[in-house]
Design a protein around this ligand. Structure first.
Ligand code: ADP
Ligand code: MG
Length: 159
């Protein structure tokens, strides 16, 4: 696929299933914001950078520093709720946010592929893989060629 891939949209409420329990909340992009990926990308786990806007409807809700650009891992998959006809993208940003940010604008640059989607028989196995994904993402993003992407004009939400 043609990395970097630019994504953006207001964070949607999901089924609230699992994410926070697993220590890995995933912010959902709206339907339609990822249709461009469906023809060129396989489902699975990706890495890159993402940013969440500090304000929602003009109200400051997140602390200033939280609108920074952070490393992220993203799961791209077919949504069973829509009979697997729609792709959904869920992004875990590697930052400890003090509050939720539903409705806030989120931007992401997808820079690489980590692995295909897997079915997990145990919660422990899933948690373990997510931890590995995060390490892989951070290690990949540490390569000098990636530094510039964190400063990409796509991330202009902080202004
Ligand atoms: P949902 O099913 O609604 O997506 P989750 O348990 O996956 O529920 O939690 C996702 C929500 O958690 C996000 O929409 C966001 O508001 C919040 N959140 C807090 N910290 C993070 C983070 N580091 N990465 C992604 N989302 C986060
Ligand atoms: Mg989620």
């Amino acid at each position: 696929p043609p990395f970097p891939i630019h994504l953006s949209g207001a964070v949607q409420r999901g089924f609230g299933r699992g994410g926070k329990d697993l220590g890995c909340p995933t912010a959902n992009l709206p339907d339609g914001s990822v249709t461009s990926m469906s023809s060129v990308c396989k489902t699975g786990v990706y890495y890159g950078y993402a940013q969440v806007s500090r304000t929602k409807d003009g109200h400051d809700e997140l602390a200033n520093s939280d609108s920074k650009v952070y490393p992220m891992v993203m799961s791209l998959g077919w949504n069973p709720f829509y009979k697997n006809e729609r792709l959904t993208a869920e992004i875990h940003l590697m930052h400890d946010y003090k509050s939720d940010f539903y409705g806030h604008e989120m931007r992401a640059l997808v820079l690489g592929y980590i692995r295909p989607e897997l079915d997990y028989t145990s919660r422990e196995a899933l948690i373990e893989d997510i931890e590995i994904d995060k390490r892989v993402a951070l290690k990949s993003l540490a390569r000098p060629a990636y530094e510039a992407f964190a400063l990409d004009p796509h991330f202009r939400l902080s202004k």
